[in-house]
Design a protein around this ligand. Structure first.
Ligand SMILES: Cc1ncc(COP(=O)(O)O)c(C=O)c1O
Length: 408
């Protein structure tokens, strides 16, 4: 059998569509903040499934929830009611503490699709359908997601793009000049993740809220990366300092499932009933298995006060990284941290952006991180990472950065 003799890399090369630029590492298992490769070497995982594994690897609460629910009821479709979906929606509403309702789906891209449909439904009676998004944003890889995303590289080769998305710079003047009688909504990531970990200015967010109020637009937050505890707050926009800039819609995914695939979007009253029966649906969204898992994740974050841990460990990491050689800027909140680096001289046979080259060197030294843009690496450890694990990661970073030579 070829599957027995081929290496994992060979299996991928022959059988998997090569749409990802993967890092040279095959992971076989994980526990807590550590993962092991196929040869049994351990790594400290500060990429955490790109901010998805909120409780680390193989957390007991998630194992128990999944095993018990798998033995009870896996999936029913949304033709029927199941208790876990109702309970998860109620818990999310309680945590964000703003009256609204929730739709469950399976990924971040799909959660944003729901927000686009909410915006179009909101504007449809008045011929409004355009959504303003920001330059440098990232909203996923669906066809509408790449139209919404403010980065050229995701659009190339997929034209014609879905119409109805207009990009603006993160200034009120720029957003104002993008407004038209067709505008239905404004969608932003309060902390841009893939675009290099860039928190939006709180005055800008407040200004967007005022603009939306003045023109009857929906203010939508993509909190797929920055929401639900990652920044040390349930609401990612609170981390920017603009807690009062309350949105009309929010998308979530990643950390909500702690590693199992789930997406969701929330709509504030009175917009929560815009999508009535028959207007939006997915077969797997909100399955009892996945909702039970997400309940276990959120309850653990509450019980173990992991928001406080995220804020404290984040401050520890930022302190440890500031001032290291090559580091030009450290941005972020909680455990969504971006380290912007200067370019450095590549070794022989080393290719790619500075962020990618540093990421590969850190892997070799035993630390997994996630690149974001050309010059930024992200530290996104599980929310229950310990002070000692953060110090261990900082030690690896110090060791690797001490050996690089900046390009002058
Ligand atoms: C802010 C943001 N929006 C949307 C997405 C897309 O989510 P998914 O990859 O689950 O479709 C991502 C993923 O990185 C993201 O960071």
């Amino acid at each position: 059998m070829p599957t027995q003799s081929a290496t994992t890399l060979e299996l991928y090369q022959r059988n998997v569509i090569p749409s990802y630029g993967r890092l040279p590492l095959t992971l076989a298992r994980g526990a807590g903040v550590r993962v092991w490769d196929e040869n049994g070497r351990a790594y400290l995982d500060f990429a955490a499934g790109i901010a998805a594994c909120s409780l680390g690897h193989a957390p007991a609460a998630l194992q128990k929830a999944l095993a018990e629910q798998a033995a009870t009821l896996l999936h029913t479709s949304n033709l029927f009611y199941t208790r876990p979906q109702g309970e998860l929606a109620a818990l999310l509403n309680q945590l964000i503490d703003i009256p609204g309702k929730i739709f469950f789906c399976n990924s971040g891209g799909e959660a944003n699709e729901g927000l686009y449909k909410l915006a179009r439904k909101h504007g449809s009676a008045h011929g409004r359908y355009e959504i303003i998004t920001l330059e440098n944003s990232f909203h996923g890889r669906t066809l509408a997601g790449i139209a919404a995303t403010g980065q050229k590289k995701v659009k190339i080769g997929f034209e014609p793009l879905v119409s109805g998305f207009v990009h603006a710079m993160p200034t009120l003047e720029s957003v104002q000049s993008a407004l038209s009688e067709r505008t239905a909504a404004i969608l932003v990531e309060p902390l841009q993740g893939e675009g290099g970990v860039r928190p939006l200015d709180p005055a800008f967010l407040r200004g967007l809220r005022d603009l939306c109020n003045a023109h009857g637009l929906l203010l939508l937050y993509d909190e797929i990366q920055c929401g639900l505890g990652r920044t040390g707050h349930w609401c990612g926009w609170h981390a920017t300092g603009a807690a009062e800039a309350i949105p009309d819609g929010i998308s979530w995914a990643k950390g909500l499932g702690g590693g199992v695939p789930i997406g969701a979007f929330w709509a504030r009253e009175p917009y929560a009933d815009l999508l009535g029966p028959g207007t939006h649906a997915t077969t797997f969204g909100g399955s009892p298995l996945i909702c039970t898992a997400a309940l276990a994740v959120l309850n653990t974050i509450v019980e173990q006060d992991l928001l406080t841990n995220a804020r404290e460990r984040g401050a520890q990491l930022i302190d440890a990284v500031k001032g290291l050689p090559l580091v030009r800027d450290v941005r972020g909140a909680g455990l969504l941290i971006g380290i912007e680096i200067a370019d450095f001289a590549p070794a022989e046979n080393e290719s790619g952006t500075p962020a990618l080259r540093l990421t590969r060197r850190l892997i070799e030294a035993g630390l997994l991180v996630a690149p974001a843009g050309e010059k930024t690496i992200r530290l996104l450890p599980p929310l229950n990472v310990s002070a000692q694990e953060c110090e261990e990661a900082a030690e690896i970073l110090r060791g690797v950065l001490a050996l690089v030579k900046p390009v002058v």
